[in-house]
Ligand binder design. Structure first.
Ligand SMILES: [Zn+2]
Length: 524
């Protein structure tokens, strides 16, 4: 434990590690200036985002689109001078799946094209289907079985909640007040942490019951000889959310062809059918399963460290490269990948000589359960199920993640790591005028830094402006390049480049929380 850290701990949060600016060396301030200059005046982040979205296309787990992106990013990182650029398998995922054709239209009572996309990992219709529809509304098994004998050769329409008119803007940025509340957050003592509330438990149980009923529905419709299913997870204005798809495991049982629809189109069909007006649909999906290679992959590359003692230690940064398939996964998560790639491009272009090695990781299969990052952590650092530490565990200085949309960085979640929080406060100072000011002790979940945190490694996700992530783009058919504000991605790139550089230059690794206990239920 170095003197400074002791002071920091002794003096509570007041005393913190010197930032680049404070270290006062001309070289440090010059490096910071170079990082900002390169990232703001010669940015290539939008070019990278274009290739990841429009050129590579949708990047569903183990799909051709993700494979294209793995190849392209490996080549691009190498072309920027990074070393050891590798497409590294993390373990066995499941089947690949790609769409060759998707078409759906109403042909009676009049012709009209409809908005929808095949549900992930569902089979083809084997030619054009031209069929009558039947509406199925069931919230219990008893209600479901009432439809027995009515489904053969029909296209089943499942119910969906009607969108409401919203008077709120889709996109928003955090207000100062919201950020201050985050900064003021005090973690409860672990003992006082209330068990998941009864309400939460109840909501989880309801969700599990709904999922179970949905599986029973699919099985019954298949056994009753239905032709296909049209479902909708909601949305509005032609935007629909995709679901987690059908099972992708190699031994998954068969399911019916299914399309996920825009709620407005789904509801028109249901209203017509319920009014007793015959509705006929014409649809065709051609999808392809790939079972030659069931493995999942991550793309990793490095900027080698230069310090004799510290170069064996690593600072990691990452984001998941996979996406859902109804659009091009722009805000989820080409944005994070483009920013992380831009950060290392900036550091290379600025000619930095990091003391520790800097390693970028573009994760696969995050959307299905953080599989890429969890597999990587298990293969390189420790298995959370046993907490048996591997030699590289003590070499990781920090991991920084970006996966909350395309909004600019407003700060960072310290994940309950008080000692790191004070360091981050200093590191943010040079970016206060760019809107990055806030360090919160709050945890944030749902993405790849958790894989590191689960084995006691310092993994962090930045605080980002929400923009229209929750309302328009997250897992929708409207998650496209237009939703990437260039200035936001440029700002994020320089903040990330600076954080990574500082972590690679400081004498000590970032402080860690106590090692967590082994969690057998986290076995992969
Ligand atoms: Zn994501």
């Amino acid at each position: 434990m170095n003197a400074f850290r002791l002071l920091a701990l002794a003096g509570g949060l007041a005393v913190a590690a010197p930032s680049l600016a404070q270290q006062g060396t001309k070289a440090d301030q010059a490096t910071l200036a170079k990082i900002k200059d390169e990232g703001l005046n010669r940015s290539r982040v939008m070019e990278t985002a274009f290739y990841l979205t429009d050129v590579c296309g949708p990047r569903l787990a183990n799909s051709e689109g993700l494979n294209r992106a793995n190849q392209w990013t490996q080549k691009q990182l190498t072309s920027w001078g990074l070393t050891k650029a590798t497409i590294e398998p993390w373990g066995t995922f499941g089947r690949g799946w790609d769409i060759d054709k998707s078409y759906v239209a109403m042909t009676a009572p009049y012709y009209h094209t409809l908005i929808g996309a095949p549900k992930a990992w569902t089979p083809s219709t084997n030619g054009v289907l031209k069929k009558q529809v039947v509406v199925v509304k069931a919230t219990t098994e008893a209600e479901l079985y009432k439809y027995k004998g009515q489904l053969r050769d029909k296209i089943v329409l499942l119910d969906v909640t009607a969108p409401k008119t919203s008077f709120e803007a889709d996109a928003k940025r955090y207000s100062d007040d919201e950020l201050q509340k985050m900064a003021a957050f005090k973690p409860e003592a672990p003992a006082a942490a209330a068990p998941a509330s009864a309400e939460m438990e109840q909501r989880m149980a309801q969700r599990r019951a709904l999922l179970a009923l949905r599986t029973k529905m699919s099985d019954m419709m298949l056994s009753e000889g239905a032709a296909a299913i049209l479902s909708s997870r909601g949305g509005s204005d032609g935007t629909f959310f995709t679901s987690n798809g059908a099972p992708y495991a190699a031994d998954a049982k068969p399911v019916l062809p299914e399309l996920e629809m825009a709620p407005e189109d789904q509801l028109r069909l249901i209203r017509l059918a319920e009014a007793g007006i015959p509705v006929e649909l014409e649809l065709e999906t051609r999808t392809r399963f790939q079972t030659q290679d069931l493995k999942g992959y991550n793309v990793v590359a490095e900027i080698p460290g230069t310090d004799k003692k510290l170069k064996s230690e690593i600072v990691m940064l990452g984001a998941h490269l996979d996406s859902w398939h109804a659009a091009t996964g722009a805000t989820d998560n080409a944005a994070g990948c483009a920013v992380m790639m831009e950060a290392v491009r900036i550091l290379k272009a600025a000619g930095v000589q990091p003391r520790r090695t800097i390693r970028i990781a573009l994760w696969g299969e995050e959307e299905q359960g953080l599989f890429g990052s969890r597999g990587y952590v298990k293969n390189h650092f420790a298995d959370p199920a046993t907490m048996k530490l591997l030699p590289e565990h003590e070499k990781l200085a920090a991991y920084f993640n970006l996966d909350n949309g395309a909004g600019k960085i407003r700060g960072i979640y310290a994940q309950g790591n008080e000692a790191a929080a004070s360091i981050f406060q200093e590191w943010l100072k040079p970016f206060a005028d760019m809107g990055a000011t806030t360090v919160t002790l709050r945890n944030t979940g749902g993405t790849d830094h958790l894989s590191f945190d689960a084995v006691g490694l310092p993994g962090f996700q930045f605080i980002q402006d929400p923009l229209d992530y929750g309302t328009r783009t997250h897992h929708t058919n409207m998650d496209t390049y237009e939703r990437l504000p260039a200035d936001d991605l440029k700002q994020a790139s320089v903040v990330v480049a600076s954080f990574v550089y500082q972590a690679a230059m400081r004498d000590a690794k970032l402080p860690r929380k106590p090692l967590p206990a082994a969690k057998p239920e986290q076995r992969m």
